[in-house]
Design a protein around this ligand. Sequence first.
Ligand code: ZN
Length: 223
Amino acid sequence: MLRFNDSTHESDLRKAIIECGRICYEKGLLTSNDGNLSIRLDNRRILITPAGISKSRMQPNDLLLIDYDGELLSKFSGGKPSTETPMHLEVYKQRPEVRAVLHAHPIFATVLTVSDHAFPVDMLPEVLLTLGEVPITRYATPSSHDDADAIRELIQNHDALLLRQHGSLTIGKDLEAALTHLERIEHVAEVYWRAQMLGIVKRIPEGDIENLIKLREWYQSGM
Ligand SMILES: [Zn+2]
C-alpha cells in the first residue's frame, strides 16, 4: 500500500500517507503532532500533511495540495500546510526522481544527534549495503527556511539524514522506500545505544567495508 507508481490514483496516495503516518506513530517514530509526510503528485502539485495534527489520527481529506512555491491549492480547507514545507520542497527541487518525503522524530536516532555521536555506518552490514553514510545536519531552527538551508548540500547525495537535535529525514521513490530507510536508521541507532551500554561497539573490518560498498553499488546499478 505504501508502494506506488506514476499511475497510482490520488485517492490511493492519500491513503498511503495516512497509513504511513499511522505506522510511524505506532512504532514510536514520531509522537504528539510531530513529523510530516508528503508525496510528489506531478510536476505541479505536492500532497502534504497539514500543520498541527497527529499523524495517527488523520483522514484522507486532511491532506493538502500545494504547488512548488508552497502555495495552497486545496479548496475548501481550513488547514495550513506543514510548517516544514520548505524542507520538503527543497528535496523535490533537488531530487527529481524522489516522490516521497518523510520527516520523523525517531527516539534513538535523535539521541545520537543530541549526544554528539556520529551515525554508526560501519557497525551493521545492512547500513553499508543500503544507505551508506547517514550525515547529521548542523542545528537549524525547525519550521523555517533554515531547515531547508541545512539539508541543501547533504540531500543531493543521501536518502537519509539526521537533523541535529530534531529528528530524521528519509526520502525515496515511494513511501515504502522512505519508511524502510527510517526503520533501518532507528534500528541501527538503538543497537548502537544498547551496545554502548555494554561498553563495546564492534566495527566491520576495513576490507569487508569495501566489499559491502561494492555490493551496494552493484545492487543500485540494477545488475
Ligand atoms: Zn520535526
